[in-house]
Design a protein around this ligand. Structure first.
Ligand code: NAP
Length: 285
């Protein structure tokens, strides 16, 4: 039986640490601020944004959600971002993705001041991560690294396989594992014989977005399995990319869905908002 990696509990502990840091800043009259730009009415985005607002409020981050109609033009949205780039009230800017089709997401990410890019998606921050000088880091893989740390999971010299190569999860995950001296394989939809590749892994991170795709044939006995997936099954229930019931008996550690990676993502977002604030305010004192 695997040890469960309890993301919910770890997230609460880390949020408490961040809250203490915020209290210390408040004594000096510094109040970290996060602005979230939400375009249109995407129901999943509405939920994510509500959750972010709730956690920000709980730990003492000053947060605001700016809502725009789905008809806003790219130029208008960039103008809004430029306004918040200049603001001293907000130290972090997050544009909730996805955006409507007529807006080019790359143009939007490039418009955000890299110093305020709390999501770590700006190419400058991605480049910094690649070059070994990270500043802000995509929150989901960053949260997963915190899980390895908290559960004393060694990475150096281990074989890590990451399934999924998105810019927001898979690729930065691979970079972080490499920086931690793991030997990393990045797998994706064109990978041949995926179960054979995956079952080489000591550390298996799955981020593909297909419910219960990873069965026990993908997993080496004793492997650490991290499930990033968030999918709805036919009954509308939230399920991961990993068939938990089948994999849990053979893994050494495993994350549940829900209660695994999800709560860590939001937690790292808050931590990075505070860090951005500290860099913007304290470094200029
Ligand atoms: P994405 O941009 O859609 O990327 C999916 C990746 O999976 C792609 O690289 C794709 O390969 C690969 N893939 C798809 N089908 C595959 C298959 N049959 N075999 C092997 N690889 C396959 O997704 P994402 O944004 O990274 O998100 C992945 C999942 O994580 C989703 O369920 C999402 O909801 C979830 N997620 C959760 C959190 C959280 O906080 N828990 C945060 C972010 C995302 P190609 O590149 O070859 O197409």
């Amino acid at each position: 039986m695997a040890q469960l990696i309890n993301g919910k509990e770890l997230a609460e502990n880390l949020q408490q640490e961040t809250a203490t840091r915020i209290e210390e800043l408040a004594k000096r009259g510094i109040h970290p601020g996060l602005v979230v730009l939400l375009v249109g009415e995407n129901p999943a985005s509405q939920i994510y944004v509500r959750n972010k607002e709730r956690v920000a409020k709980k730990i003492g981050i000053h947060s605001a959600v700016k809502r725009y109609p789905a008809t806003i033009t790219e130029a208008e949205l960039i103008k809004e971002i430029e306004f918040f780039n200049q603001s001293t009230e907000f130290h972090g800017i997050l544009v909730q993705l996805p955006l409507p089709d007529h807006i080019n997401e790359d143009h939007i990410l490039l418009a955000i001041d890299p110093a305020k890019d709390v999501d770590g998606f700006h190419p400058l921050n991605i480049g910094r991560l690649f070059a070994g000088m990270p500043q802000t880091i995509p929150c989901t893989p960053y949260g997963i690294m915190k899980m390895f740390e908290a559960y004393d999971i060694p990475l150096a010299g281990k074989k890590a396989v990451v399934i999924g190569r998105s810019n927001i999860v898979g690729k930065p995950m691979g970079m972080l594992l490499l920086a931690a001296d793991a030997t990393v394989t990045m797998a994706h939809s064109k990978t041949l014989d995926l179960p054979a590749v995956a079952s080489e892994a000591d550390i298996l991170v799955v981020a593909i977005g297909r419910g219960h795709f990873v069965t026990k044939e993908f997993v080496k006995p004793g492997a650490v399995v991290i499930d990033v997936g968030m999918n709805r099954n036919a009954e509308g229930k939230l399920i991961g990319d990993v068939k938990f019931d089948e994999v849990e008996p053979i893994a050494s550690h495993i994350t549940p869905v829900p209660g695994g990676v999800g709560p860590m993502t939001i937690t790292m977002l808050m931590q990075q908002t505070v860090e951005c604030c500290e860099r913007q305010v304290l470094d200029h004192e």
